[in-house]
Design a protein around this ligand. Structure first.
Ligand code: TRP
Length: 361
């Protein structure tokens, strides 16, 4: 924050540098950190999520870092009118996380929908008094989402969900938040709220940490149309839960170009390069090397190679997923345990907050 009280986003390079330092320290001192991450339950996950954020979470989880995964079900109401599938999507997301390697039975990892944690939601009230309308209105990610939503009437939840997100992060005093670039404005707001809360109410003993973003190193995965980010709503995604045949037919329809000689050139040949990148993420081989191997085999050979590689890569994950799917009681129990732990921690935080605000009677 500057002297004028405006939120400053800082340079991206500075954020990246801090994120790198954090990355180095995490495996050395996993006990110093509490990771908080989250998703909206708008559907099950696809390959872009897997390589973009989920594998990063699995990696932190395996270092033994205490992790909370919040499923932001209230946030779904901010930019769409449909809500029939919310609870089902919460369960599907949990299945996806667990089949990708998150093990919530380790006693250090909790998955919960924030709607079930009233003490967390209550933090929203004091937090709303710490930011101005103008600050909320300036949030670049919210502005983009308003454009993308196509809604004519924007509800106040849309402008204020970043404050709710601050409650998602601060209720458990999370200090590391793995995010993509689009979430940085929300994280900056969370840091501002933590700082203003501490300054105003708790100058002598700060209640909240200022959480650090951990920027994902993973590249952005384009959809099979090669022109935009992979996303279920854009119909260009391979879902983790898709069958091998569905995966094959999706890849068959993927957009490529007319040049038979396969080369890796993300600038000039985004479609072909994205398919090469996907193979590379599955095999660990450099995309240039894969391109050279395919040579003038053309798009047909590239697609065949991707289909085989991706299906093989996802096979164990999909097998775990179908096993888990047969025991939805277990999934419900995982969520119940997550809610119970989140409530235990949120109650303690709310207690502290009420005390420093002089509201204890
Ligand atoms: N805003 C995030 C998204 O749209 C979801 C989210 C909600 C979140 N609460 C969070 C992400 C807390 C990280 C931490 O994807």
């Amino acid at each position: 924050m500057s002297k004028t009280g405006k939120i400053e986003y800082g340079t991206f390079e500075a954020t990246l540098e801090r994120s790198r330092k954090l990355e180095e320290d995490l495996p050395i001192h996993p006990e110093k950190y509490r990771v908080l991450t989250g998703d909206r339950p708008t559907g099950s996950l696809h390959v872009g999520h897997l390589f973009g954020s989920v594998q990063n979470r699995v990696r932190l989880h395996r270092m033994g870092v205490h992790t909370f995964i919040v499923i932001a079900d209230y946030q779904v109401l901010t930019d769409r009118d449909t809500f029939e599938m919310i609870a089902e999507n919460v369960k599907q997301l949990t299945l996806d996380y667990m089949s990708a390697g998150i093990d919530p039975t380790d006693g250090k990892t909790f998955i919960f929908p924030h709607s079930h944690v009233p003490e967390l939601n209550q933090l929203l009230l004091p937090f709303l008094t710490l930011v101005t309308n103008a600050e909320l209105d300036r949030n670049p990610t919210v502005r983009e989402e308003i454009q993308a939503s196509g809604q004519k009437r924007i509800n106040a939840g849309m402008y204020t969900y970043p404050v709710h997100q601050a409650a998602d992060i601060l209720f458990c005093k999370g200090n590391v938040v793995p995010v993509g670039k689009d979430q940085l404005p929300h994280l900056e707001l969370t840091r501002v709220i933590a700082r203003r809360f501490n300054e105003k109410f708790a100058a002598n003993r700060p209640v909240f940490p200022e959480p650090q973003p951990l920027l994902s190193q993973a590249p952005v995965i384009l959809g099979l149309d090669g022109s935009q980010k992979m996303s279920k709503s854009r119909n260009n995604a391979v879902m983790l839960r898709a069958t091998e045949d569905e995966t094959a037919s999706l890849i068959k329809k993927a957009k490529t170009d007319a040049d038979r000689l396969i080369t890796y050139d993300p600038e000039k040949r985004p479609e072909v390069s994205n398919l090469l990148l996907l193979i590379s993420l599955c095999t660990g081989q450099a995309p240039e090397k894969i391109a050279a191997e395919i040579g003038d085999g053309g798009a047909g050979m590239l697609k065949k190679r991707l289909t085989e590689t991706l299906n093989e890569y996802l096979r164990p994950l999909r097998k775990r997923r179908s096993e888990l799917e047969n025991n939805m009681d277990h999934i419900r129990q995982v969520l119940k345990d997550g809610v119970a732990e989140a409530r235990r921690i949120a109650s303690a935080t709310l207690e502290e907050v009420i005390e420093v605000m002089n509201m204890k009677i």
